[in-house]
Design a protein around this ligand. Structure first.
Ligand SMILES: NC(=O)c1ccc[n+]([C@@H]2O[C@H](COP(=O)([O-])OP(=O)(O)OC[C@H]3O[C@@H](n4cnc5c(N)ncnc54)[C@H](O)[C@@H]3O)[C@@H](O)[C@H]2O)c1
Length: 348
C-alpha cells in the first residue's frame, strides 16, 4: 500500500496561513496545546478564528488511554453539528498533542480530516510526518495507535521560533539522525552550513522532512521493516530518555554516539567512517554526554525489552551505521547491547 501524500506548507505567520484560505474554520475543530495561548498572542488571535476549539494540557497525560473516553465525549458534543464527512481536526502543538489529536481523528466516526500545525521542532521535523498516532496505556508509551497521515502539515515560522533556543538544540538529534541515514546532499549542506539554532532547523526542515518521507513511502505501515531505519540512535536513545528524563531529541543524539561506537566496535563501520560521522555530529554542536548515574544491567535489559514491546524479547533490531548515508538493520541479542553499553561506560 502506498501512503497518501501529505502536502507541506511553509508560512511565516498565522495571518499568512489564514490568508491563503487553506483552512476552513467553520468545518474544523481546533485541538490545541493550552500553553500556546500564553506563549504566543498571535496564536491566541488565530485560535479565536475557529468557532470550535478544544484546549488540552500537552504532555504524556493527554495520550493516556484512560482519559480518552472523556475527551471523545466532550469533542463529540462540540462537533455534533458538523457532518463527519466534512469535519477536519486541526492539531496545533508538539508531538504529544499531535499523537493524541491524530489518533482521535483516525477513529472518530471511522476517520475524519486531519491537518497538523506542529509547534515544537521535534513535531515539525519528525512526529507530524509519516502518519503515526499513539496513546499510552497506564504510562507505558505508544501502546495503542494507528497510521493516519495528515492531509496537510503547515509549518509556521513564528510559532516555531517562539520556543526557547534550547529546544532547537535538543531537536538537533533528530535532524542529525535523518542526515546520517540518508547522507548525500542533506548531510553535505548541513555540515557546511553556518546557520545555528532556530535558523538552521527552519532552513533544513524541507529536505529533512522529504528525506524522512522518502523512507516512509517505501514502508508506510512498517510492514517490511524498511521504516525501522528511522530508529537509528533510538535503541539506547529511548533508554536514556526513560532513565535520565532527557528530551527526546537530545536522547536520540546520545543514542547516535552509542550507535556509531557500537557499529565500529562490532566491525560494521570502518574507523575512518566512524571518525567522519563523529565529526559530523560535533560540527552540529553535539557532544557525547557522560553518564551521571549508570544503568543497572537488569534495568537496561528491561528498558530494551519494553522498547521492543515484549517482556520476553531476547534480541532487538539495532540500526547500524556503515557510513554516513548507509544504514543496516541487524538483529542483536540484548546481552550484546548491554555488554557494549557497559564497554562505553553506561552500565554499572
Ligand atoms: N508520531 C510520531 O511519529 C512521533 C515521533 C516522535 C515522537 N513522538 C511523540 O512526541 C511526543 C514528544 O513531542 P514534543 O517533544 O513535541 O513534546 P510535547 O508535545 O510534550 O511538548 C513539549 C512541551 O513544549 C510545550 N510547547 C509546545 N509548543 C511550544 C511552543 N511553540 N513554545 C513553547 N512551548 C511549547 C508543550 O506545552 C510541552 O510543555 C512524545 O509523546 C513522543 O512519543 C511521536
Amino acid at each position: 500500500m502506498k501512503s497518501k501524500q501529505t502536502r507541506l506548507h511553509f508560512h511565516r505567520t498565522f495571518d499568512e496561513l489564514l490568508k491563503q484560505g487553506q483552512l476552513d474554520p467553520r468545518c474544523s475543530v481546533l485541538i490545541f496545546d493550552r500553553k500556546l495561548e500564553r506563549v504566543s498572542p498571535r496564536f491566541k488571535a488565530f485560535a479565536k478564528r475557529f468557532p470550535i476549539r478544544y484546549a488540552v494540557n500537552a504532555g504524556e497525560s493527554v495520550k493516556e488511554l484512560a482519559a480518552f473516553a472523556g475527551h471523545v465525549k466532550k469533542l463529540s458534543q462540540l462537533v455534533e453539528e458538523i457532518p463527519a464527512r466534512r469535519l477536519t481536526v486541526v492539531a496545533v502543538g508538539g508531538g504529544s498533542l499531535g499523537d493524541f489529536a491524530g489518533f482521535f481523528a483516525s477513529v472518530f466516526k471511522r476517520g475524519v480530516g486531519l491537518l497538523h500545525i506542529p509547534t515544537t521542532w521535534l513535531a515539525a521535523i519528525d512526529s507530524s510526518h509519516g502518519g503515526k498516532t499513539a496513546l499510552n496505556v497506564s504510562g507505558v508509551k505508544n501502546q495503542i495507535g494507528t497510521f493516519y497521515p495528515a492531509k496537510e502539515v503547515f509549518l509556521v515560522k513564528e510559532i516555531l521560533f517562539s520556543q526557547d533556543e534550547r529546544r532547537a538544540f535538543d531537536a538537533m538529534g533528530e535532524l542529525a539522525k535523518i542526515a546520517l541515514i540518508t547522507g548525500g546532499g542533506l548531510a553535505k549542506r548541513l555540515s557546511e552550513s553556518e546557520l545555528t539554532g532556530h535558523e538552521l532547523l527552519w532552513n533544513f526542515l524541507k529536505p529533512a522532512v522529504s528525506a524522512k518521507m522518502g523512507i516512509v513511502r517505501v514502508d508506510p505501515l512498517e510492514q517490511t521493516g524498511h521504516r525501522q531505519v528511522l530508529n537509528l540512535g533510538h535503541t539506547l536513545g529511548h533508554a536514556f530518555e526513560a532513565k535520565y528524563g532527557w528530551p527526546h531529541g537530545f536522547s536520540v543524539a546520545q543514542g547516535l554516539f552509542f550507535a556509531i561506537e557500537m557499529s565500529e566496535a562490532t566491525g560494521m563501520m570502518k574507523s575512518h567512517d566512524a571518525d567522519r560521522a563523529l565529526e559530523f555530529l560535533s560540527g552540529l554542536g553535539l557532544t557525547p554526554a557522560r553518564p551521571t548515574r549508570k544503568f543497572r544491567r537488569s534495568e537496561l535489559v528491561s528498558l530494551l525489552r519494553k522498547d521492543k514491546k515484549s517482556s520476553l524479547a531476547a534480541s532487538v533490531t539495532f540500526i547500524a551505521l556503515r557510513r554516513i548515508g548507509r544504514v543496516e538493520r541487524v538483529e542483536i541479542p540484548i546481552d550484546e547491547i548491554v555488554h557494549e553499553a557497559a564497554r562505553q561506560g553506561w552500565v554499572q
